[in-house]
Design a protein around this ligand. Structure first.
Ligand SMILES: *Cc1c(COP(=O)(O)O)cnc(C)c1O
Length: 403
């Protein structure tokens, strides 16, 4: 990417986990171009070919199971899942039944009124009280807490496979398997917000598949529904929900809908993204580049623990934990923000999350060369930050300019 002054950047933030084929991928731009020359919008009164093809593709990725509903964003996709859960738990069209959805502390589910109520972070709710009724937060990865929280109004549990805004925290296999069993026992829907961690970012279509690799019985794990958006369209706005066969006919026509959902151009874009990911083996690339980045960053952690305390993540969803002491306290602000600014100054885009985590969410077709450049720059920044005096900083800055 280049900014208005012509400065060049390596985009390791990927538009916050959106640009999964990078910027201006020729196959993606031409797929969108071709589609908008034919048909840019019809209504949801009709099917159109790209929409059906995309739904079939997603159902295929889920082993031929379920149905898909398309919308326009992540928050909206999650709204669809809240409605699925409420309708599932309702007594009748005018009487509530079970409606409460348990979500995780530090989760992020979007910015609609339902989304901020579902989100387990006070800063997202601030200024918008009263919250919508029917959401309660449970500590993430704590199965006994989930079990204890279930009440007679509870109808669903919803989690991210890997918390994104919460700082790249993955659900443990025990938690995933345990929640599935618990939801089955208590007749609750198990809902996954796959908006950030989905669409092959972790090396499999959905993160739970990757997280459960090698776990006995893990290959049979499926949530009742999951949401999609962000990289689904590679930068073209689209969201969606997949719902399993058992619950696919709860939200029938008349109960849910959206004007733009299933837009032909958006669906053609998403279809092409999924095709390119498969043709170019980008799921494998996400695994390989992810483990290369992670192990290189691990080396940096052992060299400069006073700057980067730890690194974690799965595939191309990586979090660096910036040390509290990496920046002088008198600077104020957040270490994550300061580190992202350093990266930015040195030509790398990344995304902060919370006070201490810096996220790398690059394109799935990231090359080894670009990954190496990113590592070199991070290492140089760490070296620069460990030189305490201002004069020494200048020399390190000079070295950086040569990279
Ligand atoms: C970004 C995000 C959302 C919200 O998606 P929007 O398209 O911004 O509405 C929801 N859930 C998760 C996990 C996200 O990362």
């Amino acid at each position: 990417m280049w900014d208005v002054s012509g400065k060049r950047y390596l985009d390791m933030g990927g538009g916050i986990a959106v640009n999964s084929l990078g910027h201006a991928h020729p196959s993606l731009t031409s797929a969108i171009h071709e589609q908008i020359q034919k048909l840019m919008h019809i209504s949801n009164l009709y099917y159109c070919q790209p929409q059906s093809d995309l739904a079939a593709k997603i159902v295929g990725l889920m082993g031929g199971h379920g149905k898909v509903f398309f919308c326009n964003s992540g928050a909206e996709a999650n709204e669809g899942m809240y409605k699925l859960a409420r309708k599932f738990g309702s007594k009748s069209d005018t009487e509530a039944g079970r409606y409460e959805i348990l979500t995780a502390v530090n989760s992020f589910h979007g910015r609609t009124l339902g989304g901020i109520a579902a989100t387990g972070q006070a800063k997202i709710k601030a200024g918008f009280f009263p919250m919508c009724d029917g959401f309660r937060h449970i500590p993430f990865n704590d199965l006994p807490a989930a079990k204890a929280a279930i009440g007679d109004k509870t109808v669903a549990v919803m989690i991210e496979g890997i918390q994104g805004e919460g700082g790249i925290l993955a659900a443990t296999p025990e938690y995933l398997m345990g929640l599935r069993e618990l939801c089955d026992q208590r007749n609750l829907l198990l809902l996954f917000d796959g908006v950030q961690c989905g669409h092959f970012r972790t090396g499999t279509f959905q993160s739970f598949t990757r997280l459960l690799e090698g776990v006995p019985g893990g290959e049979h794990f499926k949530p009742d529904a999951f949401s999609m958006a962000k990289s689904l369209g590679g930068g073209f706005p689209i969201g969606g929900i997949w719902i399993n066969d058992a619950h696919a006919d709860i939200l029938t026509a008349g109960y849910h809908g959206t004007t733009y959902g299933g837009n032909p151009a958006a669906c053609a874009a998403a279809l092409k993204v999924l095709e390119v990911i498969q043709q170019e083996n980008l799921a494998d690339n996400a695994r390989q580049m992810g483990s290369f980045l992670k192990s290189s960053l691990q080396d940096i952690v052992s060299l400069f623990p006073e700057v980067i305390k730890s690194v974690r993540g799965t595939g191309l969803m990586i979090g660096l934990e910036i040390s509290k002491s990496a920046f002088p306290a008198e600077l104020g602000g957040k270490p994550s923000g300061h580190f992202v600014q350093k990266l930015h100054d040195n030509g790398v885009l990344a995304v902060p999350s919370g006070d201490y985590i810096v996220r790398l969410l690059p394109a799935l077709n990231l090359s080894k060369e670009d990954a190496s450049t990113c590592i070199e720059i991070i290492e140089a920044i760490c070296a620069d930050l460990t030189e305490t005096s201002a004069d020494e900083n200048l020399a390190a800055q000079k070295a950086l300019e040569h990279l």
